[in-house]
Design a protein around this ligand. Structure first.
Ligand SMILES: [Zn+2]
Length: 383
């Protein structure tokens, strides 16, 4: 399937899929920087071949490198332009593509590790740029492609660079997956991460149980208190997702640790609920609590600038022949960082599909050509 454009080269969905397959074929678990860098090498060479100026920053903490590719059309220097945010890492362990999630195409469904979140989206934006180069076109504004090596673990080593780059730009477009029938994303909850540690007192559970103070017993009560903070009407949720504690079945446990995920729709609720978690107090006076953490990604709210950017994209989609709806989601992305800076950010502009972070990760082939066309038109029209 292809879509005719005003210029000669066509947007060829089979060619797009072949390019996506090459990117998916290089597996990129966030924590294996050397593996992520194999894909960074490929993307760098492909961007260089299109004439982009490359900046590559060595990875920190064993994560992969940060790759920036800037279009080199003759825009006046320091023109605020378009930042395209993509991440090259995936949540899937190395080898997933050879075993439990092999490349598979079945009619409109195509599967592979990270294909939906978000290699298809990242490739679509790249292909749209390639299309402009091939057809002798150009974007109205300079475009900067930013490839994040560790988004799936919260972008700890790239956040500052993302924010610095975003401040130089007028718009941010994020290649995270489209969802629920091709909807883009104009709002995301903020996400906080907390570690709660209970320190009790160890004792032999048979000989001197009365000397013990169980950290697990204390934590069991804390977990109920933390999860009771969930308020679906406010859009606030808490999840105790990890727990460890104790050293033996016949030992009163001296320590228990849980990790907590907090999701909030507004900065006010972020502050209020972070304080509630950080302010938890013990039930057993002989047990102490240490609580660390805070907000990781700030809430991303649909403000006027985001609404206007969305309306622009929606009108372009209508010209192309599809309806672009928008939605808010509880999942965070690097778009949270840029939207919180007040830079109009439109997210979820990748391929449509389903099953992110699962062994059923799937894109819909039929979404590739229309979404690529939308990217081309965004590049051609945003000013
Ligand atoms: Zn993603």
């Amino acid at each position: 399937m292809s879509i005719e454009t005003s210029n000669e080269p066509i947007i060829d969905a089979e060619e797009i899929l072949a390019g996506i397959q090459a990117w998916v074929g290089i597996e990129t678990p966030s924590h294996l920087g050397q593996e992520v860098n194999k894909l960074v090498d490929l993307v760098e060479s492909q961007m260089e071949a299109l004439g982009a100026a490359i900046e590559r920053t060595p990875g920190q903490d064993d994560f992969g490198d940060i790759l920036i590719a800037r279009t080199q059309w003759d825009h006046p220097p320091d023109t605020a332009g378009i930042l395209v945010l993509s991440h090259l890492d995936t949540v899937h362990p190395l080898g997933t593509g050879q075993t439990t999630l092999q490349w598979r195409r079945d009619e409109d469904h195509v599967q592979g590790p990270g294909i939906y979140d978000m290699k298809a989206g990242a490739y679509i934006a790249y292909y749209a740029y390639q299309h402009l180069v091939r057809s002798g076109g150009r974007s109205r504004l300079p475009v900067t492609f930013f490839y994040v090596p560790e988004e799936e673990v919260g972008s700890p080593t790239s956040r500052a660079a993302i924010e610095a780059e975003a401040r130089k730009n007028k718009y941010v477009l994020v290649t995270e997956p489209a969802r629920e029938g091709g909807k883009c994303v104009t709002g995301r909850k903020g996400a906080g991460r907390f570690t709660v540690t209970a320190h009790g007192r160890q004792a032999h559970s048979g000989v001197r149980p009365q000397d013990g103070r169980s950290a697990i017993h204390e934590m069991a009560r804390q977990i109920l208190a933390i999860e009771a903070l969930t308020d679906h009407d406010l859009g606030v949720t808490t999840n105790v997702g990890l727990i460890r504690g104790g050293t033996g079945v016949n030992v009163v446990p001296g320590e228990c640790v849980v990790e907590v995920d907090l999701r909030v729709p507004t900065p006010e609720l972020a502050a209020e609920y972070s304080d509630k978690i950080l302010g938890l107090s013990t039930y057993d006076a002989d047990v102490s609590l240490v609580i660390e953490g805070g907000m990781n990604r700030p809430p991303y709210e649909k403000d006027e600038g985001i609404a206007a950017l969305y309306e622009h994209a929606r009108a372009l989609a209508a010209e192309i022949g599809f309806e672009l709806e928008d939605m808010a989601t509880g999942g965070g992305s690097d778009g949270n960082f840029t939207a919180a800076l007040g830079i109009p950010t439109l997210d979820g502009l990748g391929a449509d599909g389903h099953g992110p972070h699962t062994l059923d990760e799937t894109i819909y082939f039929s979404s590739l050509a229309p979404m690529t066309k939308l990217w081309v038109r965004l590049f051609e029209t945003l000013e």
